[in-house]
Design a protein around this ligand. Structure first.
Ligand SMILES: Nc1nc2c(ncn2[C@@H]2O[C@H](COP(=O)(O)OP(=O)(O)OP(=O)(O)O)[C@@H](O)[C@H]2O)c(=O)[nH]1
Ligand SMILES: [Mg+2]
Length: 196
């Protein structure tokens, strides 16, 4: 499949089930902790500065944002989790929205889970990884902010991510930098491959 990432548009923000697009186009979903760089990775993939708004206030993305690429597939930006200053009510609302999305097993074609390559994945990250495993759909890990680590840290940090999330050997981990455009082509290739 050929994909022209230049042709990208924001479609809508979804806050409930009725808002999810159901036109049978593939949906690639981006999930991860607040501030891990979901919006930045989407912007980088599309080489757009600010299509997916990069939040200055973390934890503020409370809706599921849909971007249509080349009229062929959706990139789905899930609201981030794990932001400390979020109220209990907000947290519960988040969980319900995500649960509703994952329960709709027709929706996801490919999962992209973001983690911060600098840190050991959190308990919340592990929970998210379990959601992806349980989905039965393919998913890949993008280990973002690679520009923030030393070369020597790359391998051990990736190993720690694998081990903490309990990934099988088939699950790909792509070291990525939205800032420096590292891993962009590999992620794009993966997305295209899973659409075919
Ligand atoms: N150094 C570096 N900074 C990054 C990278 N990716 C994202 N950031 C920064 O991390 C911060 C958070 O990025 P966002 O893209 O808003 O993160 P998000 O996951 O969408 O956050 P929420 O929408 O709140 O869930 C911003 O200040 C980005 O500039 C990266 O690869 N390297
Ligand atoms: Mg965001």
């Amino acid at each position: 499949m050929k994909l022209n990432v230049q042709i990208a548009e924001f479609i809508r923000s979804a806050a409930k089930r009725e808002d999810f697009p159901r036109d049978r186009l593939p949906q690639v979903v981006f999930a991860g902790r607040s501030n891990v760089g979901k919006s930045s990775v989407i912007n980088r993939l599309l080489n757009r500065k600010n299509l997916a708004r990069v939040g200055s206030a973390p934890g503020k993305t409370t809706h599921i944002n849909y971007f249509l690429i080349d009229e062929k597939l959706y990139l789905v930006d899930l609201p981030g989790y794990g932001y400390a200053k979020v109220s209990k009510t907000e947290r519960a609302r988040w969980a319900k929205l995500i649960e509703t999305w994952f329960a709709d097993t027709e929706l996801m074609t490919l999962g992209v889970m973001l983690v911060d390559i600098r840190h050991k994945p959190t308990v919340d990250d592990c929970t998210m990884a379990e959601w992806f495993k349980a989905s039965g759909k393919p998913f890949i890990i993008v280990a973002n902010k690679q520009d923030k680590i030393k070369k020597s840290e790359l391998e051990p940090n990736v190993a720690r991510i694998r081990e903490t999330l309990g990934l099988s050997d088939e699950t790909l981990v792509i070291p990525f930098s939205a800032e420096k455009s590292v891993g962009r082509q590999e992620l794009l290739d993966q997305i295209i491959e899973h659409m075919e």
